[in-house]
Each structure stands twice: as C-alpha cells, then as structure tokens.
Design a protein around this ligand. Structure first.
Ligand code: AMP
Length: 206
C-alpha cells in the first residue's frame, strides 16, 4: 500500500491532543464527537459547556448568554479558567479534542501555559475548510431545527465576522508550528470523518 506524502504512517500512534478549528457551521461539533469516539478521548466543546451553564442558569451561564446571543465571544479570562479546570480532569490526561477553543490569540497563550503545566503539548490542529455561503445556510437550518438562540441570521453574520477577525489568525500561529491538517469540510459527514482520521494517522472506524 502506498502512503500519500504528509499522511502519518499507519504504524505511528494516532495523535491524541487535538484541536478542531473552523468557522461557525463548518461541522466542528459533529466531527469532534465522531473523532473523539474513534480515538477514545473526550471531545471538549467550550460552546457546549457554556450552553449547559445557560440551561442550568448558573452565574457563568447568565454571563455567557449575554455574549453568545450577540454572536460575541465570552471574555478570555472566563473561558480560559473554564478550560484549565476541564483539562485537569482525569479523562483528559490521555488526550482530548478541543472544539471551539482556543478562539483568540490570548486563548492560544493560555492553552500553551495550561499544557506546559500539565507537561503536555498539542499533536495536531484539524482545520475544517468550508464555503462561507454554505455555512450561513447550514446555520439558518440548524437554528430552525434545534432552536439555538445564536443561530439567527443577524447573529450568524456577526459570528462569522468575529471568526474572521479573531480566530482565523490562529491558523497562522499553528501553521508555523507545523500542526495544521486541512480537511475539506464540504464533503459528506462520513467522508469528512474519514479524511480527518486519515489526517491523524488513525484507522477509519467505519
Ligand atoms: P460554538 O458552539 O463553538 O459555536 O460556540 C457558541 C458560542 O459560545 C460562541 O459564539 C461564543 O459566544 C461562545 N464561545 C464558545 N467557545 C468560546 C471561546 N473559546 N471563547 C469565547 N467564546 C466562546
């Protein structure tokens, strides 16, 4: 069997300390769940943790909702503390897939510090590449199906702007570290999962 260039050897252990990055609507959450299951690591979504707090009406939830409903980011200090505690939990010691974090350069620095304290480092950054018109349509459809309060057209537009301004620059940072693995996020859900697993050198579990 020939192995394409840049694809890790099938014998190498799959990368296990991972980020998944992409604009809103790229399918990060769906893919994160599938990849994490295939690699037996927890998928850690900051958006999901915020939403759980919103529904439980915790103090953090009340604060987060005021930003989320406008399509803005929750302040870095709050988000960084939340991720630091989550990564210190037992299930994250053997690896994790962070979905939706880091989203700002300050969060990149904070994550570096957390990992340094844990004696760990990132293995790969999965980048889902998608067409921006298509993601708006996906998000409008998701808003109608799931009733997410930040999936209204105005908020979606703001979330895409905030992604371009604050999160897209992170790709360059991780690119310089040689960590970025780009995958076409416009393919079918199964094909995207297979491409992500291949990019990580993990067997396709299908
Ligand atoms: P998501 O489910 O990843 O699309 O996140 C939904 C919303 O949660 C975002 O639009 C932000 O308001 C908030 N959020 C999630 N992750 C972060 C983060 N890393 N930093 C700041 N805000 C975040």
């Amino acid at each position: 069997m020939t192995t394409p260039a840049q694809t890790p050897s099938a014998d190498a252990p799959a990368a296990r300390r991972l980020l998944i990055v992409g604009p809103p609507g790229a399918g990060k959450g769906t893919q994160a769940t599938r990849i994490a299951e295939a690699l037996a690591i927890p998928a850690i979504s900051t958006g999901d943790i915020f939403r759980a707090n919103v529904s439980q009406q915790t103090e953090l939830g009340v604060l987060a909702k005021s930003y989320m409903d406008k399509g803005e980011y929750v302040p870095d200090s709050v988000t960084n503390d939340m991720v630091r505690s989550r990564l210190a939990e037992d299930d994250a010691t053997g690896g994790f897939l962070l979905d939706g974090y880091p989203r700002t350069l300050d969060q990149v620095d904070a994550l570096d510090a957390v990992l340094a304290d844990l004696g760990a480092s990132l293995d790969a950054v999965l980048l889902l590449e998608v067409d921006s018109d298509a993601v708006v349509q996906r998000l409008v459809a998701r808003g109608a199906e799931q009733g997410r309060s930040d999936d209204t057209e105005e908020t979606i537009r703001r979330r895409l702007e905030v992604y371009a301004e604050q999160t897209a620059p992170l790709v360059d940072v991780y690119e310089k570290r040689g960590l970025v693995r780009r995958v076409d996020g416009m393919a079918s859900i199964d094909d995207v999962t297979a491409a992500l697993l291949a990019a990580l050198g993990a067997p396709d579990a299908r």
